[in-house]
Design a protein around this ligand. Structure first.
Ligand SMILES: [Ca+2]
Ligand SMILES: [Ca+2]
Ligand SMILES: [Ca+2]
Ligand SMILES: [Ca+2]
Length: 466
């Protein structure tokens, strides 16, 4: 039987549920409204979700794995998916028929037996910021699309036949800012017609259009993890997307800002590495704070001056640098465990190694805690922020001052750090934050008390001035 059977105009919200090993589908719907969040579909004998007709479905942060047929089948229905993983479906990852509408964002569709997405007679279709890879047929196949599909900022990689296929004589997909690479038969395939709208994309084979490039897209970790399609800092896809596109407040597959370093990247990932990660370990935490505290209020001639801390480049480690540091407080690299957590799998969280202080910095080492106690190592705010990951970056920085596109580290860097003066600083909030993190024993062990006090007292002075 099905895990859940919806019909006759029913409307159901499903949260935090597991649909596993059902003899038919995980969820069956016909004439229904369905909202599913934070749930897992696994080993269902037919489909993970079977949306028979007239079903409006929203799936957020779900994983749909090892379905016996398609991960999701939808007919004459509206499907919206965000932050979902569709993995190892026996047939297609998604199979939609008969004037269905699809909005797919920040999803991973991989290792399907046939196509990643097979969309037959689809009406409106928008696919953005997705990884579609290692499927047994095409990454995406548009069969007689009714309206022109929008395919923007996707990474479509290592699919067995084509990256994108489409039937002749019908709608022509608008393909922009995509990486379509390593697909066995071809990047793009139509039997007779060609694709006329392919721009600012990284392809294996040269093609007309604006801004297209060919060659290795330069994935950072592909040698060690075939499922990790994050860009390396040296990737030719970095800052090579359409500079005139409209991206609004869109975020990339990691839910980080869609534009970093002044121009959008090709593919689903926007490359970013925080300048406040002074020790380059992939997270901005109290270890970086310790480095910052040592250099606080120094200039190049001072013994403790450290140029990496001069985030707003004026040869003075001052208040504006602190504000920029706060802006990225608890930034974490998106690849590795963080990514797995986002995708609903059981990630391991931070490794204890991220808490080892570098002896080269003249700081004492903190012993890694035994496995299983890792939460104890993290600041409570870090635990909270991971739990609320999609809002993490914004909520953390809003704590200190109103965030706008003009005072982030990357924005300053993009403008050559020409502009000085960061406004609207909430000194009280920063002092409160400093006092709060000092209560953590790990912080006390990692940060020199005198450095911390010096910083705290000088901020107190700043507070008086305000
Ligand atoms: Ca960029
Ligand atoms: Ca990213
Ligand atoms: Ca760091
Ligand atoms: Ca500075």
């Amino acid at each position: 039987m099905e895990g859940l059977y919806l019909t006759a105009g029913s409307s159901v919200d499903v949260i935090d549920s597991v649909f596993k090993n059902h003899y038919y589908d995980g969820i069956y719907g016909n004439n229904a409204t369905l909202t599913v969040a934070d749930s897992t579909f696994e080993d269902n004998h037919y489909e993970g979700l079977y949306l028979q007709s007239d079903v409006t479905t929203s799936l957020t942060n779900c994983s749909i794995e090892t379905s016996g047929e398609n991960g999701v089948y939808a007919s004459n229905s509206d499907l919206t998916m965000e932050y979902c993983l569709v993995d190892r479906s026996d047939v297609n990852g998604l199979y939609m028929v008969s004037t269905s509408n699809l909005t797919l964002e920040k999803c991973v569709i991989r290792y399907s037996g046939q196509d990643g997405l097979k969309l037959s007679l689809n009406s409106s279709t928008s696919i953005k910021n997705c990884w579609i890879h290692n499927n047994g047929g095409a990454g995406i196949f548009f069969d007689r699309a009714v309206e022109d599909p929008v395919v923007r900022n996707n990474t479509i990689y290592e699919n067995f036949t084509y990256g994108i296929g489409a039937s002749d004589g019908v709608a022509d997909p608008d393909i922009i800012n995509c990486i379509i690479y390593g697909n066995d038969s071809n990047d793009l395939y139509r039997p007779t017609d060609d694709f006329e709208k392919v721009n600012y994309s990284c392809l294996q084979n040269a093609r007309a259009g604006s801004g297209n490039i060919t060659g290795d897209p330069g994935f950072m970790n592909i040698a060690t993890d075939p499922n990790d399609l994050h860009l390396d800092g040296t990737s030719p896809c970095k800052d090579a997307g359409d500079p005139n596109g409209s991206y609004g407040s869109e975020t990339d597959i990691d839910d980080e800002r869609r534009i970093e370093y002044g121009r959008v990247d090709m593919g689903a990932d926007e490359y970013y590495w925080s300048s406040a990660d002074f020790d380059d370990d992939g997270i901005v935490n109290f270890i970086d704070y310790a480095i910052f505290a040592v250099a606080w209020q120094t200039e190049p001639n001072d013994a403790n001056y450290n140029d990496v801390c001069d985030l707003q480049d004026n040869n003075n480690i001052d208040f504006n640098d602190l504000v920029l540091f706060c802006d990225d407080w608890l930034w974490e690299k998106a690849w590795g465990e963080g990514w797995m957590m986002l995708m609903g799998s059981s990630g391991e969280g931070f490794g204890p190694e991220s808490m080892i202080l570098e002896t080269a910095l003249g700081l004492e080492s903190v012993k890694p805690a035994p496995m299983g106690r890792k939460d104890d190592l993290m600041l409570s705010s870090a635990i909270e922020s991971l739990a609320a990951r999609p809002e993490r970056l914004m909520s953390k920085s809003e704590k200190f001052y109103a965030v706008n596109a003009f005072n982030t580290i990357s924005a300053l860097r993009a403008r050559g750090r020409a502009e000085k003066g960061v406004q609207e600083v909430d000194v009280d909030a920063i002092l409160e934050w400093l006092a709060e993190i000092w209560l953590d024993p790990e912080v006390q062990e990692g940060i020199d008390a005198e450095d911390w006090l010096k910083l705290y007292l000088s901020l107190k002075e700043e507070q008086k001035k305000q």
